[in-house]
Design a protein around this ligand. Structure first.
Ligand code: ADP
Ligand code: MG
Length: 229
């Protein structure tokens, strides 16, 4: 699979546990994974198995209790929060179950702004945003605010936003979990085709096994251990 290439994302001995009323819960006992450029990995498992926790750690949104997240060969365990943030903004894109778009801004602005935060000028950001929104089928909805869009359209904007900075890694946490089945299928198909076209490596949590099987590889968290499905 890897042909001697470097993994774009590697989890090495990642652990996480939380203090809960009943005691400590070892949500992730150990997670090891290598994802290569352009590879799509499905993360499946029942509710509460630790999928979101693992994605938060992978996305450098949360610190692990142990282990390391290595991005394009760069260890992040000793990085400052500032460096982690920079890496997250420049190398990663996120899609959540809920769109988390900025309600006061148009679809276009929601895809322009993250590029500006990453250092691109508005002039450079706008054509890319238009292109991405057109690609997700919203070329005629650029000026619409999120509230004027359907659930499926909101999620399409969120996908465009996630790809705005040409990330090398896309992390998606049940990205169609809030949509009706029909819309979910459409949005997922779109997401998968964009992932293929852009060559971004993707790790996508879902509890839909049919969808998971369309990806290159399926992994699951079983009693805290990340393993092949
Ligand atoms: P999934 O996404 O697979 O549904 P989660 O990663 O959200 O699972 O949660 C895994 C377990 O960790 C759950 O039991 C959840 O209650 C617990 N958990 C997640 N985050 C925290 C936290 N910040 N503090 C305490 N417990 C947490
Ligand atoms: Mg979750």
């Amino acid at each position: 699979m890897n042909g001697g290439r470097q993994a774009v994302l590697e989890l090495r001995g990642v652990k996480q546990s939380f203090k809960q009323a009943a005691g400590r819960l070892d949500v992730i006992a150990t997670a090891d994974l290598q994802v290569y450029p352009g590879e799509m990995v499905a993360l499946i498992g029942p509710s509460g198995s630790g999928k979101s926790t693992l994605l938060h750690i992978t996305g450098l949104l949360e610190h692990a209790l142990g282990g390391d997240v290595i991005i394009s060969g760069q260890s992040t365990s000793e990085m400052s929060d500032r460096e982690r943030t920079r890496l997250r903004r420049t190398k990663m894109g996120f899609v959540y179950q809920y769109h988390h778009l900025l309600p006061e801004f148009s679809a276009l602005e929601n895809v322009v702004l993250p590029q500006m935060i990453a250092g691109r000028s508005r002039r450079a950001a706008k054509p890319r945003a238009v292109e991405l929104l057109t690609r997700v089928g919203l070329g005629q909805r650029l000026d619409h605010r999120p509230a004027k869009l359907s659930g499926g359209e909101q999620q399409r904007v969120a996908i465009a936003r996630a790809l705005a900075n040409q990330p090398s890694i896309l992390l998606a946490d049940e990205p169609t979990g809030n949509l009706d089945i029909h819309t979910a299928d459409d949005v997922f198909a779109l997401l998968l085709s964009l992932v293929r076209d852009t060559g971004v490596a993707a790790m996508i949590a879902t509890h839909n096994l049919e969808i998971a099987k369309k990806m290159d590889r399926v992994v699951t968290i079983r009693e805290g251990v990340l393993e092949p499905y």
